[in-house]
Design a binder for this molecule. Sequence first.
Ligand SMILES: Cc1ncc(COP(=O)(O)O)c(C=O)c1O
Length: 372
Amino acid sequence: MDYETPQFYRVMQYAAHADRDVVEMVSGSPDWDPPESVREGLSDYADADAADFQYAPSRGLRGLREQIAARHSVDSDRIVVTNGAGEANHLAMTGGLDRFDGDEILLADPVYPYYAGRANFLDAETMFVPVDAEGRLDPDAVRPAASDRTAVIVVNSPNNPTGAVYDADTMREFAAVAEETDALLVADEVYDQFDYSGRFSSALEIGSPNVVATNAFSKSMAITGFRVGYAVFPPTDGPTGGLAERATTRHMLTNVSGSRPAQYAVEQAMATTEPAYYEAARDRLRSRIESFCGALDAVGATYTRPEGGFYVLARFPEFRGTFDNAERLIDEAGVAGMPGAAFGEARADWIRFSLTTPRVDTAADRLADYFE
Ligand SMILES: Cc1ncc(COP(=O)(O)O)c(C=O)c1O
């Protein structure tokens, strides 16, 4: 699989140029509003002093880091504010490759393609572990796949694309495998506000020196364009304490700092956004999951109901998840999904639909008509 060419863009472009109306279910950009305080924070910023239009501290605005630290009950010196979870994952993965022996990154199959693309780009070897029938990565399958070549293990919960959510015991097992093999567990928790199962457990709760958690406000505050994320590195006085410092240097040499107005607006929003905002987003998605999965049931598709996140991975009878078929679905049904083949081998027959559109019902009707 070619993970370095932007496959999402390819399908989205095809959908945009189709000769018919298409419900776009490819991109993972929320279609709902950010918290009101994000808008207010941005608007206030227009009147800020000239000094506030200059570089931010490289690790991120202090007030923002302190709130992130409080949210996760960690010291703020463990936090680097990044350009989205994407950069946080990059810093964590490169840090793991630098610090631990081995040149291999262990990933789930199906995989969020940017992890695999990044591994290729960094000339790291990849080892893929297929998920189980429910779309979950099983620590007992990860353990024998990990070896002294493994430097980094990446897990993502809630998961893109399978919708799996890992509970505390499972996360502890993943961390144990990382410790046993002297590797770094990178836990991407960018969908942590979208847990419908009540089982989500942050990898930070384990307190392992072999864990880095990555996150962002991109999805939780519906601001993928702001590029504000963060990584939480292990305690700086522990055996892997150098990871935070090295990541800060890499981040600084690449970016100098992140965007100051965006961080300011997020800082305001973190302080003032009520839990009801996140609850409303979950409710909206729960109802979309309900109607979309109803249509999948009606046409006899195989799927796993997402426990978290906002994607549904489905397999239709006699309709494989190839790029050709994704294009057929656009032209003939008016629904654009991401071919499973873009996520690896294990779900190559499936198609991933993002529920970040207000037209989920329309898509459900169209798929029901098409496959009926
Ligand atoms: C699992 C996962 N990690 C990271 C990202 C990127 O997040 P950000 O936009 O904050 O860089 C995405 C975006 O879709 C994602 O699905």
